[in-house]
Design a protein around this ligand. Structure first.
Ligand SMILES: [Zn+2]
Length: 814
């Protein structure tokens, strides 16, 4: 699963945040609770469902034949998760005849007394007739829940214009038991068949293959989906709606994309690399894609980022991108890779408990680095890896959590920066330590040994130990069953008389834990370098190297793989040498960072970097600093605008020119304002706005019907800043119609400032209504973050307009 809180994304590309907003729960009794793997009394064997949907009531009518067997010990009872249902009938099947069973149901658990004792391994089938009521499910007597309904009816009565009617399900963690009685634990696996009866105008999607379709006399159709390989209940999926199906294939298996009809022209632009990804991961893992097919579907109002249901990944709407967005790069590509990799790590071998979610999510996170490295080269892979490390390090709270976590407040809490981003880096270091061949052979060993079963972190350790012949307990104890990361200070001492260089590495983290770190150290003379492999494993480690000529650079962690925070006390000359001769993405980035911090002109060297995102990075640093006005920098930037192929780097170059306010660049802005890229067009439009505001205002209005991303933000800003009373309908409509998103959150600020300038009280109130409506549409768990900013912006209107408006806002704010 990938949890993406779109509203909180700070950068322009989707930033993935896993830390759930909200206060730390005051009740800490959970710290005493050991979260054991669920005991298996009965094992699921096969699930057969017949379902039809009541769109008016948002209910689902279900009949289930559940085949189960006692795991080992003889038993005469079966307990199922069945959340918020009406249970109509429970029976045991004897051939085709039903004989009623006694049961007890408390709204969450269905406790069935069987007709006799069943021995370990003895199959039996229970029949359950039920109604699923996802909108009425309550957890522990509290209010109806929003994030674990399992089954979601989107616009079921068609009352919301501009929104299609859809149904989709979300199982992880234990929510599919809202729509099917089951043992809703990840350490259960079952094959399944689902007969879905839906209005004939819709398509359906579920796990496995569509075996048959039958038209019914009442205008409905029944689709029969069959999954003949076992998978966990949380990976079950159903989707229903008006979708176009774009089909690709991989070795004769269907690979397809379910998108809303108007998105069909762009489906391949977004998802089209999927067959290549399947081949890449199949080859790397030495296990061909293990399922019957692979579908991806996009769901409206989806509560998470994306979910790896077996053979059927569900994505949120952010996956949709038009041709202009795609020229800036596919922002959803790593999510697509991540979910696909779960088909092996998560679906084929499944975490046996939520405490062990690392064997799913860490691997899927790391698959993003593997894909980027394969597809776009080592710099792109290293970039992806470093982004993950930065995200983990950005939240100091995460350093307190073990990667494998037997204690947590809520099972949803394990989907965080530790299980994903930190874990991904732990895998990256492991791969470097054991070597590529051993690494992928070990993954293959883990998958082959545990396929169609479950795994925990120890199974992964054993798989690596078996392949490499090395004891790896120390590594797992340090990184999987322990918390934190090293914080180091690196110092250098040169004694030219003795011809000795000393590297002193001190671990200064505020815990007692000292990390054991294999480190490569490269010692440079000119372009030549010599590598030393050492271990840092004490509070202070000192490594001594002999030299005849003082080294130009000593590069610690020369493969740039270590997960740590470091203060590396190199000199400016060292960093100049590093930028020139050290080969890796992070070598160059660290040097550029240093130049930027010190205001050194060498920063401009980054404009020549071979990797476009580093050129863009350099431009952003230059723009933010004093060098933006430097004549040489401007000359180089102007040249870059002319030849830069990467749209984001080009946009960053234009933005640097905009900062000068120099009228001579107007010609550049005019030449680029119609660019197909929203980034380039947006940057150029901002440039025009700074020189020719009236002209830019007219253009912004013209572009407003097709303006997303940077162009959307530029258009909003310009229109609201320059808009008059007469533009109210246009501006207010544009705000009101914008979908719930990060950019709407940003434009809310400018919209409130615009309202502050207006004189027409009825219009101001209409605008305030729209802001309140926007606020109310934000899911409650995000409001801790969004409410203060919205309140503040509305406060500015109150301040400008006086008590009538202030009272009006007060009356609406709840
Ligand atoms: Zn995931």
């Amino acid at each position: 699963m990938k949890k993406i809180l779109v509203l909180l994304a700070i950068a322009l590309s989707p930033v993935v945040l896993f830390a759930q907003p909200g206060q730390e729960p005051k009740d800490t009794s959970w710290k005493k609770v050991y979260r054991a793997t669920s005991t298996k009394i009965n094992d699921l064997v096969h699930t057969r469902l017949e379902v039809r949907f009541d769109y008016d009531k948002a209910w689902m009518y279900g009949k289930e034949w559940l085949t189960v067997k006692p795991h080992f010990y003889t038993t005469d009872s079966l307990t199922l998760d069945a959340k918020g249902m009406d249970i109509k009938e429970v029976a045991i099947m004897k051939g085709t005849t039903k004989s009623p069973l006694k049961y007890d149901y408390d709204g969450m658990m269905l406790r069935i007394t069987l007709d006799k004792l069943y021995k370990g391994g003895e199959n039996y089938t229970v029949y359950i007739d039920y109604i699923s009521k996802p909108n009425e499910v309550k957890v522990k007597g509290s209010a109806a829940i929003n994030d674990a309904k399992g089954l979601y009816f989107i616009n079921p009565k068609g009352e919301e214009k501009d929104k299609p009617t859809q149904i989709w399900t979300q199982g992880e963690t234990e929510a599919n038991s809202v729509w099917m009685p089951t043992i809703d634990k990840p350490n259960q696996k079952t094959t399944d068949e689902i007969y879905m009866t839906v209005p004939a105008k819709y398509v359906t999607l579920s796990n496995g293959l569509l075996i048959s379709q039958k038209k019914n006399a009442d205008g409905t159709r029944t689709d029969y989906w069959k999954m003949d390989l076992p998978h966990s209940p949380y990976l079950f999926f159903m989707g229903v709606g008006d979708y176009k199906i774009i089909k690709d294939s991989y070795k004769g298996k269907e690979v397809s994309y379910y998108v809303e009809p108007e998105q069909a022209p762009y489906a391949r632009g977004v998802f089209g690399l999927t067959p290549e990804m399947i081949k890449f991961y199949s080859d790397r893992l030495g296990i061909d894609y293990p399922w019957q097919k692979y579908n991806q579907i996009v769901g409206r109002d989806y509560v998470s980022g994306a979910m790896e249901n077996t053979t059927t990944t569900l994505h949120q709407e952010s996956a949709y991108q038009n041709a202009r967005q795609l020229t800036d790069g596919n922002s959803w590509e790593t999510v697509i890779a991540h979910e696909l990799f779960h088909q092996w790590f998560g679906d084929l071998v499944t975490a046996e408990s939520w405490s062990n979610i690392t064997v799913n999510e860490t691997m899927a996170d790391y698959s993003q680095t593997l894909w980027m490295e394969y597809k776009y080269g080592k710099d792109a892979g290293d970039d992806e890896n470093y982004q993950g490390m930065t995200q983990y390090l950005s939240n100091p709270n995460e350093a307190k959590k073990d990667l494998v976590r037997f204690r947590y407040s809520d099972k949803e809490d394990v989907f965080d920066l530790v299980s994903y981003q930190k874990g991904g880096r732990v895998q990256h270091m492991l791969r470097n330590f054991v070597g590529d061949d051993a690494y992928f052979k070990s993954l293959n060993n883990y998958l082959n040994t545990n396929k169609f079963k479950n795994g925990e972190a120890h199974q992964m350790r054993l798989a690596f130990e078996e392949v490499t012949g090395k004891d790896l307990s120390w590594y797992w104890n340090q990184w999987y069953f322990g918390n934190g990361h090293p914080v180091v200070k690196i110092d250098y001492n040169y004694d030219d008389a003795a011809g000795k260089a000393m590297v002193i590495i001190e671990q200064v983290q505020k815990t007692d834990k000292i990390f054991k770190l294999p480190l490569a150290i490269d010692v440079y003379n000119g372009a030549a370098k010599k590598r030393y492999n050492v271990w840092a494993e004490n509070k202070i480690d000192t490594f001594t190297f002999s030299y005849t000529k003082r080294p130009d650079l000593i590069n610690v962690d020369a493969d740039k793989i270590t997960l740590w925070q470091k203060t590396d006390n190199k000199t400016a000359e060292n960093f100049i040498h590093q930028l020139k001769y050290a080969p890796l993405y992070l070598d160059r980035r660290e040097a550029l960072d240093y130049f930027s911090k010190k205001g050194m002109k060498e920063l401009a060297e980054g404009l020549k970097d071979k990797y476009a995102p580093l050129r863009e990075y350099t431009l952003n640093k230059l723009t933010a600093g004093k060098l933006a006005g430097d004549a040489d920098v401007l000359k180089a930037t102007e040249a870059l605008v002319a030849k830069e192929k990467n749209k984001k780097a080009k946009a960053a170059a234009i933005s640097l020119l905009v900062k000068t306010g120099d009228t001579k660049y107007a010609v550049i802005y005019k030449a680029n304002v119609n660019d197909s890229s929203y980034s380039v067009s947006g940057a150029a439009l901002n440039g025009l706005a700074s020189l020719e505001p009236a002209n830019a205002y007219e253009l912004a209005k013209k572009y407003s019907s097709d303006a997303k991303g940077d162009l959307g933000e530029a258009v909003d800003g310009i229109i609201m800043e320059n808009g008059t009373e007469a533009d109210f309908d246009f501006i207010a409509n544009r705000f009101d119609k914008a979908p719930l998103s990060q950019s709407k959150f940003q434009s809310m600020d400018a919209f409130c400032d615009y309202l502050s300038k207006m004189g027409n009280t009825s219009n101001i109130k209409k605008g305030i209504d729209m802001v309140i409506k926007f606020r109310d549409a934000i899911p409650e768990n995000f409001r801790n973050f969004t409410d203060p900013a919205i309140k503040e912006a509305l406060g500015r209107i109150s301040k400008a307009k006086g008590s009538e408006i202030a009272d009006y806002i007060k009356s609406l704010w709840k």
